[in-house]
Design a protein around this ligand. Structure first.
Ligand SMILES: [Zn+2]
Length: 356
């Protein structure tokens, strides 16, 4: 399995071509072991689906082979003690390699399985997931329970925050820069708007996994000349809301404040993603929890992710979807690594979760 992981890391899958090459490598690896994998292509992004077992229930394992950009040396894996270093080692070629090996092991006892296991390997998670995981979900590949093998230190990432990215077009009135009192400075208005928004109640929401939502002022577009009072300012936000909050209510609250204090302001929602709200009472979660603690001999935590992953596409269709994967560190960073022993345990957990 670790050789497979090293082979995967060597494929420089930080662009569409490289990710497709890694995907085809996975397909061949599976086929050499007698596992039929169906290839799908969407807007030149490749993905694959393989299925074993039978029955009413279906568990999906989802893994992505694309990685964030790295320099050439990061695609040369090396081992130091229990750590395997390389771009994508943790995020998430270790998860993919373990899923492939676990899938292969299960394929040998496929006749005895009382549920279906579907393996989804995809190639665009790091750039949004719209072309592959979302595509598969839209095609009907969902399942009852979905494990995305992102690195979670063998703890269970039950929830993920939702996303609202939006632009606020703040209006002012231009005048000569030497007589600013004759105009209304849109940039200054935008600052006031920002302050008012941060006092709104939607930013105080919390639940068992999160203390509050987050709000990042990501972009400002305004102003052209020193001697002109700007009459327009666009401020752009990335809001991550807590599962349980309602997207529409948040937008309404901002709207109401804007209408009251900043007439003429326009709010444009750029993109949204729902929160992942898998319940801690989900029977699959309970089972995974006990299988994991048994194999790791350590307590397994349930936690909420701040960022979002491909889980959201499945969760949107009603499947219980979680992030669950091996231990590692510094993903998206210089010294990314994964703990080899945790990858072994992870593979055993995946198998045990299905057969027991
Ligand atoms: Zn990832």
């Amino acid at each position: 399995m670790i050789e497979l992981l090293k082979d995967l890391i060597r494929i420089k899958s930080d662009d569409v071509e490289g990710a497709n090459e890694a995907l085809l490598f996975c397909k061949e690896w599976l086929e050499q072991r007698g596992i039929m994998a169906t290839l799908y292509e969407n807007e030149s992004h490749l993905m694959l689906v393989a299925e074993i077992g039978s029955g009413e229930e279906c568990v999906v394992w989802n893994g992505h082979v694309d990685v964030v950009p790295g320099n050439d040396s990061q695609f040369e894996p090396y081992i130091d003690d229990d750590f395997l270093y390389g771009r994508g080692s943790a995020d998430m070629k270790a998860g993919v390699a373990a899923m492939m090996v676990a899938f292969y092991e299960l394929s040998k006892v496929s006749q005895t399985l009382t549920k279906k296991v579907q393996l989804h390997i995809v190639t665009d998670e790091e750039t949004g997931g719209d072309f592959t995981s979302k595509y598969l979900v839209d095609k009907g590949f969902t399942g009852d329970f979905v494990i995305c093998g992102e690195p979670t230190h063998l703890h269970i990432g039950l929830q993920a925050k939702g996303i609202i990215q939006f632009d606020v077009h703040v209006k002012g009135k231009s005048s000569h820069g030497s007589r600013p009192w004759e105009g209304v400075n849109a940039i200054e208005q935008a600052f006031t708007f920002d302050k008012e928004m941060r006092n709104l109640s939607f930013l105080t929401a919390s639940n068992a996994f999160y203390d509050y939502p987050s709000l990042n002022l990501a972009k400002i577009h305004a102003g052209a000349r020193y001697n002109v009072v700007p009459d327009a300012c666009i401020i752009s936000y990335d809001l991550r809301f807590v599962p349980g909050q309602v997207e529409k209510e948040i937008v309404n609250e901002i709207h109401q404040m804007a209408d009251q204090l900043f007439p003429g302001t326009i709010l444009v929602v750029h993109a949204t993603a729902p929160a992942v709200t898998t319940s801690e009472n989900d029977p699959y979660v309970a089972k995974l929890h006990s299988v994991t603690s048994e194999i790791t001999k350590e307590p397994t935590n349930l936690f909420g992710q701040h960022g979002s992953a491909d889980t959201r596409f499945y969760a949107e269709k009603g499947a219980g979807a979680i992030e669950f994967g091996p231990s590692g560190a510094d993903w998206h960073g210089e010294k990314e690594y994964v703990s080899i022993s945790s990858v072994e345990k992870y593979k055993n957990i995946l198998v045990s979760f299905i057969v027991n």
